[in-house]
Design a protein around this ligand. Structure first.
Ligand code: SF4
Length: 80
């Protein structure tokens, strides 16, 4: 799944997005609430919060390698 803001996009591997434990960890990790957990346990990317990203990398640390990508649209699509 992927969601695009104006400056930031977030892409999460589909298998990872369906993992309730990972969704919980991401929702807990992100200081600006870009991740939420739906009632069914799956991950939601909160589009309205995307451009609040502070590039802290906590979501990358909380997820298996490559499962989450933070994409800097303002920097030609560079990946954090
Ligand atoms: S880098 Fe930080 S602020 Fe940005 S989405 Fe990940 S946890 Fe949230």
């Amino acid at each position: 799944m992927r969601s695009d803001g104006t400056f930031i996009a977030v892409e999460v591997d589909d298998a990872a997005a369906a993992d309730a434990e990972l969704a919980r960890r991401l929702a807990e990790a992100c200081p600006v609430d870009i991740f939420a957990q739906r009632d069914d346990g799956t991950l939601e990317i909160v589009a309205a919060s995307l451009d609040e990203c502070v590039l802290c990398r906590l979501c990358l640390d909380a997820a298996p390698d490559g499962a989450v990508k933070v994409i800097k649209l303002y920097d030609g699509g560079a990946v954090l």
